[in-house]
Design a protein around this ligand. Structure first.
Ligand SMILES: [Fe+2]
Ligand SMILES: [Fe+2]
Length: 135
């Protein structure tokens, strides 16, 4: 069972963004599988690096669009993104120093943050960007 299953409730009605969100969900699900299988720390760390890199890529793309169309909530949106990137860095640091292993609590944090962000903050810009002709 994946920890997150994509459904229409996550759609922001912009195909490119939906595809990127699906990819983020895939990476988190892969991390969850790896955790359940009790894979080595090195394997888990690699997926965590992939998650952080793809998250940065996605946030950059999203912020570019929001800036381009002068989205009024841009600053707050960037702060939310920065929070998650910082948390990912913290998790990676703690794992590298052996202070933290991957567990259900961490998986719950990653999946909750992402789904809440998509359904809350990202959906808020959806109508705004669609109105500007972004598809
Ligand atoms: Fe976002
Ligand atoms: Fe997003």
């Amino acid at each position: 069972m994946p920890i997150i299953t994509w459904s229409e409730k996550y759609s922001v009605n912009i195909d490119k963004i939906d595809q990127q969100h699906k990819k983020l969900i895939d990476i988190i699900n892969r991390l969850f599988d790896t955790m359940k299988q009790g894979k080595a720390k090195g394997v888990i760390s690699e997926i965590l690096v992939e998650l952080q890199e793809y998250t940065v890529y996605h946030f950059t793309d999203e912020e570019y669009l929001l800036k381009k169309y002068h989205y009024p909530e841009l600053d707050n949106h960037i702060k939310q993104h920065q929070f998650f990137i910082d948390e990912l860095s913290n998790l990676r640091g703690k794992m590298a120093s052996g202070k933290l292993g991957i567990g259900l609590e961490m998986m719950q944090f990653l999946s909750d943050w992402l789904t809440n962000h998509i359904r809350g903050n990202d959906k808020q810009y959806s109508g705004f960007l669609v109105e500007k002709g972004v598809v």
